[in-house]
Design a protein around this ligand. Structure first.
Ligand SMILES: [Zn+2]
Length: 163
């Protein structure tokens, strides 16, 4: 997956670009990042945002940090999601829009990637994306859908299989 510094201006997907969008959690092998053990509160909140996919990719991505051709699947509350397949959006009170790969949950949980404080505040202050969240997506004309479940993995072709 592409690497971008946290809080740098987002440009990865033209469809997903809106004024004020910054990158969070675009990690790649060879780029160090700060680590921290995530709290349950953070994981629970991040999972809620992970369920809502924007900018679904045509092919999926493997985890660069795990190495190898291993699908990124994470399970919580009986739901198993296929990650590396889309992006997520989180809105900060100051108007900042955070854009992250939906593998973010995996990065935090499995690789102890330390989320930026501003991002944590945004997800913890609104632990479950509510009406206001979807209103913002609509206002920005950002199409969204439910994140792909792992059992629906078959339609996805993976980058490395195409190369
Ligand atoms: Zn990984």
């Amino acid at each position: 997956m592409a690497f971008f510094c946290d809080l740098s201006e987002y440009h990865y997907s033209e469809d997903g670009f809106r004024e004020g969008t910054v990158n969070i959690g675009w990690l790649a092998k060879g780029h160090d990042f700060e680590k921290d053990v995530p709290s349950e509160e953070i994981l629970a909140a991040l999972w809620e945002y992970t369920k809502i996919a924007v900018c679904i990719t045509r092919g999926g991505h493997f985890c660069d940090l795990c190495g190898g051709n291993v699908l990124i699947a994470e399970e919580r509350d009986g739901i198993r999601l296929l990650l590396g397949t889309a992006e997520i959006r989180v809105f900060s009170d100051d108007g900042t829009i955070f854009a992250a790969p939906n593998a973010l949950y995996h990065y935090v949980k499995e690789h102890s990637y330390k989320l930026h404080g501003q991002f944590i505040s945004a997800i913890v202050s609104q632990r479950v994306p509510g009406e206001d969240y979807f209103r913002k997506l609509d206002a920005l004309d950002l199409a969204w859908s439910d994140a792909p479940h792992f059992s629906e993995a078959k339609p996805f072709r993976f980058r490395s299989q195409l190369e």
